[in-house]
Design a protein around this ligand. Structure first.
Ligand code: UD2
Ligand code: MN
Length: 604
């Protein structure tokens, strides 16, 4: 063979090898980001080209998820103490600049996977990004002039609590606060170390904060407080007029602080959160998220992001950059007047470690006369993880459901019983909760009831009420139950409704609410939907999809003939006795297969 030809051949082979290795690398990395839990409430994934975590029902779910029991001890077992204790911060020029993703070369892949387990994010990627990396300005243009006048704005203390946070993420949070906040609005930064055991979080941290241009203190607790009590420790020491809380793995963007302080300066009972953007837990790329989402919660009191309703969008047409009220806050990032924080009962100190405090504060603020708001001009990024790296002494279930039981017992009136009825884990912990002091606080502050909250703060809610049907929708001839699609271990994307065996134990997936207006809703803000005209199908299948208040989601129950009539098409809900056929709508014909019973289930 002539040498020239041989060289081309070798080159071709090398070229293909590189491609194959490249593909293998991408494939394994993608697998890494898919989460490793099978629990129903953990199955989140960042889909290709998607800017948000979407669960299998199409609902945006970013925080407040259930995380499975101390998988920690299992997963970090084979990581050496030395590795955990080592600070490997090693910034490379321009890595992650402007919020771009960090790509780790394949040769480092093994170590990257190992390090990932320590914090449940790509520590190696984080360690390559500078503490003062650049980020785009995500604000609408109008925001800039809206908040150009800083005179008279109150000063804030920024409080960051952490437990075994990575050096690079913790300090990138701190530096982003310093770099992107007007100096005159920052009183101080308070770091609260919640019993971390990493060496680099002791003297090296104390040394590092000495040189910062904003007075920064590290408060330390030598017993594990949990984030609620750790925040209280910080709040008690704060000197600013406003308290601003941040998680320890955030990045603030330019102009983030002004809208929060401006709102509180006008009225101290406003509690304001930024829009929480997404720092990818794998690549550390920064992605702007939806400005038009608000925070709420599902029937199990797990926090959810939901799209703003049409009512609100209409109301806001002329005020698009002004902060707007939200039923609940995510919990980690918000500003609140310090006096108001304490007048209102700060936090429930009986709440442990993690979870529920965001709903407790949200209900308390709203029901006792204040407001929880989101400022669309304020953007802060946060690393959303798919599982938690911390230990949960006593078990995550015990902690989270104990906290949620307290929220329900103190603030939710009749709806507490609804919560306990369908959440045996919380019910089990119900009697262990001493809530007298919090009930007295509610009394003292003369707070309104939960019904007022639902009616006024979240009229689009999908909870039962006395003027709504709540229960099962039973297909008469087969005695099977209408269900929303719930995966049995797998991701269901069709969204088709299901008709399945009625569970002898009350099952949330088989419960529906029907409002006076004929909207059939279920948990997660999902509604029963059928198209009004479908050219391709004479008997279009019925879906369960995000509620949108459109006529295609309205139904009428005909009590005489037990029909469920779809208003927009005039057709009837029908099912067959085959299991795999979703219910559909067909011309009403009084056929038995169109007969449904509304089986009321008591919920209080
Ligand atoms: C969300 C909130 C979080 C908190 C939580 C419910 C956002 C972005 N995050 O979960 O702030 O409201 O819901 O409780 O809204 N930490 C401690 N001690 C502990 C455990 C945690 O100091 O025992 C720190 C931790 O280092 C972090 C912060 O508390 O800085 C929040 O913890 P997380 O990041 O695990 O919570 P996240 O974002 O999943
Ligand atoms: Mn967090």
């Amino acid at each position: 063979m002539r040498p020239r030809l041989r060289r081309t051949r070798l080159l071709t082979i090398a070229f293909f090898l590189v491609i194959v290795i490249g593909f293998f690398f991408i494939w394994t990395r993608n697998n890494l980001t898919i989460n490793d839990h099978s629990d129903d409430y953990v199955s989140l994934r960042l889909q290709k080209d998607q800017k948000d975590y979407i669960d299998r029902k199409g609902v945006h779910v970013i925080v407040g998820r259930f995380m499975g029991d101390s998988i920690d001890s299992v997963n970090t077992a084979n990581i050496s103490k030395e590795l955990i204790n080592k600070n490997m911060f090693d910034p490379r020029p321009f890595e992650g600049k402007n919020g771009e993703p960090v790509i780790i070369p394949p040769k480092d892949y093994n170590q990257m996977t190992q390090l990932y387990r320590i914090n449940r994010f790509n520590l190696m990627a984080s360690d390559r990004i500078a503490l003062n990396r650049s980020l785009p300005d995500f604000r609408k243009r109008k925001c800039i002039s809206r908040y150009s006048d800083l005179s008279g704005l109150p000063k804030t203390s920024v409080i960051i609590v952490f437990h075994n946070e990575a050096w690079s993420t913790l300090l990138r949070t701190v530096h982003s606060v310093i770099n992107r906040s007007p100096r005159e609005l920052l009183q101080e930064i308070i770091l609260v170390d919640d019993d971390s055991d990493r060496d680099f979080l002791r003297e090296p941290l104390d040394e590092h904060v000495k040189n910062l241009s904003i007075p920064t203190r590290v408060l330390r607790s030598r017993e594990r407080l949990g984030l609620i009590k750790a925040r209280l420790l910080g709040a008690n020491e704060a000197r600013g007029k406003v308290l601003t809380f941040l998680d320890a793995h955030c990045e603030c963007t330019v102009g983030w602080l002004e809208p929060l302080l401006e709102a509180i300066g006008k009225n101290k009972t406003r509690v304001v959160s930024p829009v929480i953007d997404i720092i990818n837990d794998d690549t550390f790329s920064y992605t702007k998220t939806f400005e038009l989402h608000w925070g709420a919660f599902n029937w199990e009191l797990h926090f959810r992001w939901l799209a703003l309703t049409r009512r609100l969008l209409k109301e806001r047409r002329d005020y698009s950059i002004e902060p707007f009220g939200t039923p609940a806050m995510a919990g980690g990032l918000f500003s609140m007047n310090k006096d108001y924080f304490f007048e209102l009962g700060s936090y429930d100190e009986e709440m442990r470690i993690w979870g529920g405090e965001n709903l407790e504060l949200s209900f308390r603020v709203w029901q006792c006369g204040g407001s929880i708001e989101i400022a669309p001009c304020s953007h802060v990024g946060h690393i959303f993880r798919k599982s938690s790296p911390y230990t949960f002494p006593g078990g995550i279930g015990e902690i989270l459901y104990g906290n949620l039981a307290r929220v329900a017992l103190v603030w939710m009136d009749d709806w507490a019983n609804f919560f306990f009825k369908f959440n045996p884990e919380a019910e089990r912990l119900r009697d262990k909760q001493q809530v007298r002091a919090r009930l007295m606080l509610r009394e003292k502050l003369k707070c309104k009831g939960f019904e007022w909250y639902l009616d006024n703060v979240w009229p689009e809610h999908f909870f039962p009420k006395d003027d709504r049907f709540f229960g099962r929708i039973i297909h008469e001839p087969t005695e099977r139950c209408l269900m929303r699609p719930i995966s049995r271990g797998f991701y269901i994307q069709t969204g088709y409704a299901v008709v399945d065996v009625c569970s002898p134990r009350l099952l949330l997936g088989q419960m529906f609410v029907m409002t006076k207006n004929g909207i059939i809703m279920t948990d997660e803000s999902l509604c029963l939907y059928a198209p009004d005209h479908e050219t391709s199908q004479k008997q279009p299948k019925v879906k369960v999809m995000a509620c949108n208040d459109m006529p295609t989601q309205k139904w009428k129950y005909d009590y005489k003939n037990n029909l469920l009539i779809h208003t927009a098409s005039g057709m009837c809900l029908q099912a067959t006795d085959e299991f795999d056929v979703p219910p559909f709508i067909a011309p009403c014909n009084k056929n038995d297969n169109q007969r449904w019973l509304l089986d009321t289930v008591p919920w209080k």
